[in-house]
Design a protein. Structure first.
Length: 645
């Protein structure tokens, strides 16, 4: 487990290291010829602060590894090993210096000693609960200490020991050199990994053409459902629309060129008399069939601008839409039509590579957003039906359980993390950007929101229901300056005496609030916010994983957490997004990793039962992609039970 200072954890307090071109404070020492004088001079020039002193020695190794080695050995002798994190850092620096000097056997011993004290992995630390002792679950390779030790062992000719470490590194999701080295050492199965990786993929969710018919001039009808197997373009136009008049001749040429290959285009006139529309089409010399827009079509397709062009593939799925005239539409439309006419089926989007737990999770649906998805949550609507909420840069999008867009409305900038609120009388979802003071609560059904400024930068939000039947819930904010509660719109007061609060979890099972004071302790508060118990935590603890079963903490390398019943069995799992690009699911009761996938850009998670089957779906935001995963074996067993009945 990597131990780092709180100043390294808090995002806006991270200091950039100096560029290598900047002169080091010990540069003048390196001109001395007597080794003892040189070492003494460097020790005097190095910063006193531990982190900066370690960084200085790291830089010194590149310039004078012999002097760096002497400095490290002296410091290590003085410090001892009571602080295992510092001792591991010093042993590793000693190994690096020895490697630079070509003393590989000694370097391997130093690296091995470092990783035995602290292996540097990214860990989820479970706090003791009753008779259950504290334990750790390794989530990722973390600082790379295991990999560096394996490299050193190989350089020292200790291949069997290197292979053992490489197996651990690979099981934690490491890629690149460890895999190459593993193959060079003979390859084979890796404990904790599937025999071969599998792809987590799906086609992008798309709306389907409705089972409507378009009334045609002359009395016939064009069936949208009956057009399966052909590419269909609906062009909504009017004679008074100048862009429509420019666009229609191009569509006529496109129709004539590709009709025999399976292209249908219907020029659907909007709110004009049929005779007027047909006469105008004839005056343009069009051979396109002319349809008439009904009120049902106008409402379903939400026609708000002219022209509106809708394109569906051979399966009836809508692949593109243009609202209003856009430059370049002729080229884009031509390219799309040619693609769809040649396409046998839409290619799948590869979301992630599953390396452990293949088949446990499957993709329910995937959507591509207009902008980056900055937050995601699963919340019930006013009628109790769950919906997926996605926070984009300037809007909030709500999707039905099947992936269809329900509504989208503009929002203030500065959103980010979304937290669902399943408390009567409260807003449905709360948004905040970690490290900023602005917090926004949304009532999605009303398409309304309220924005407040909290007294200090916010890192966590929670809502505690009132113990009184008609009492109002309490909104709480974990901030850099402690814990605050909202006493009214835009007014706050502190709760208790806390330092920086980075995690808040309300547990309805125990009616307790869990508060993580970063790098210090986890406190349990009653529903009335009175202190109940405290447990000290490691210095790097920043993320809180809480529930009735167990409480865990993790470093800032975990970007988001969602807890739910995602996988087969009776227990619940913690889904964790790692900044190294991994999705890891850990069984909360046993602390074992049940699923691991390499997922580039994974950032935010949300959890909730979308289909009422008793298992939770997992919503994943990565870049502009929003995906919903479900338990594959659970779904199959439900379908099998239904078939028997």
């Amino acid at each position: 487990m990597t131990r780092i200072g709180l100043s390294l954890v808090i995002p806006f307090c991270i200091a950039a290291s100096l560029a290598s071109a900047v002169a080091a404070p010990w540069d003048s020492c390196l001109t001395r010829t007597v080794p003892e004088d040189k070492v003494r001079c460097v020790e005097e020039k190095l910063p006193a602060q531990t982190g900066k002193r370690l960084d200085g020695i790291e830089r010194l190794i590149d310039h004078d590894p012999a002097t760096a080695l002497a400095v490290v050995e002296s410091w290590r002798g003085e410090a001892g090993e009571d602080d295992t994190g510092l001792a591991a850092e010093l042993w590793e620096l000693q190994g690096k210096a020895l490697s630079e000097l070509g003393r590989h056997a000694e370097a391997a011993e130093a690296f091995t000693r470092a990783q035995s004290l602290d292996d540097g992995t990214l860990d989820l630390s479970w706090l003791p609960a009753g008779e259950v002792p504290a334990s750790e679950t390794a989530l990722g390779p973390g600082a790379g200490r295991l990999e560096r030790t394996a490299r050193s062992l190989l350089a020292a000719g200790r291949a069997d020991e290197a292979r053992t470490l490489l197996a651990r590194v690979l099981a934690l999701g490491a890629a690149g050199w460890p895999n190459e080295a593993w193959q060079d050492l003979g390859g084979g199965a890796v404990p904790g990994l599937d025999p071969s990786p599998s792809q987590l993929s799906s086609t992008v969710w798309r709306a389907e053409m409705p089972p409507m018919t378009v009334p045609m001039y002359g009395g016939k009808e064009f069936s949208l459902a009956g057009s399966r197997g052909r590419v269909v373009i609906l062009d909504f136009w009017a004679s008074w629309c100048a862009p429509c008049v420019r666009e229609l001749p191009f569509l006529d040429e496109l129709y004539a060129a590709h009709r025999e290959r399976g292209l249908d285009i219907v020029a659907v006139n909007f709110q004009e008399a049929p005779d007027t529309a047909f006469a105008f089409a004839q005056s343009l010399g069009l051979g396109l069939p002319v349809g008439i827009c009904t009120l049902e079509m106008e409402r379903h397709f939400k026609i708000e601008s002219m022209p509106t062009v809708i394109v569906a593939d051979r399966t009836g799925r809508i692949r593109a839409r243009w609202g209003g005239y856009e430059d370049g539409i002729a080229r884009e439309l031509t390219e799309l039509v040619e693609l769809l006419l040649d396409e046998k089926e839409e290619p799948s989007v590869e979301l992630a590579q599953v390396v452990w737990g293949s088949g446990l999770l499957e993709v329910d649906w995937t959507r591509r957003a207009r902008r980056e998805v900055e937050g995601v949550a699963i919340v019930p609507d006013v009628e109790g039906r769950p919906r997926v909420i996605g926070a984009l840069a300037r809007s909030l999008d709500a999707f039905h359980a099947d992936g269809e867009l329900d509504r989208s409305f503009p929002t203030p900038t500065g959103m980010g993390t979304l937290r669902p609120v399943d408390v009567p009388g409260a807003a449905e979802v709360i948004s905040f950007r970690p490290g900023a003071k602005q917090v926004t609560e949304f009532r999605v059904a009303e398409q309304s929101y309220a924005t407040w400024e909290v007294p200090a930068p916010v890192f966590a939000v929670s809502v505690v229901p009132s113990s009184a039947p008609d009492g109002a819930p309490t909104m709480l904010f974990g901030t850099l300056d402690g814990l605050f509660r909202a006493t009214g719109p835009g007014t706050f007061e502190p709760v208790g005496e806390f330092g920086a609060v980075s995690g808040l979890v309300w547990d309805p099972g125990t009616t307790r609030l869990l508060v993580l004071e970063a790098g210090e302790r986890v406190s349990t508060l009653s529903q009335a916010l009175e202190p109940v118990a405290d447990v000290e935590v490691a210095l790097d603890s920043w993320v809180l994983v809480g529930g009735s079963e167990r409480i865990g903490v993790a470093p800032a390398g975990v970007t988001d957490v969602a807890v739910g019943r995602f996988l087969p069995g009776d227990g619940r799992q913690a889904a964790l997004a790692l900044d190294s690009g991994q999705l890891v699911l850990v069984e909360i009761g046993a602390g074992t990793v049940r699923f691991r996938a390499e997922w580039e850009g994974i950032a935010r998670l949300g959890a909730g039962d979308l289909d009422g089957d008793g298992w939770d779906e997992l919503a994943v935001a990565s870049g502009r992609t929003l995906a919903v995963l479900e338990c594959g074996p659970c779904r199959d067993s439900i379908h099998a039970d239904s078939a028997k009945k």
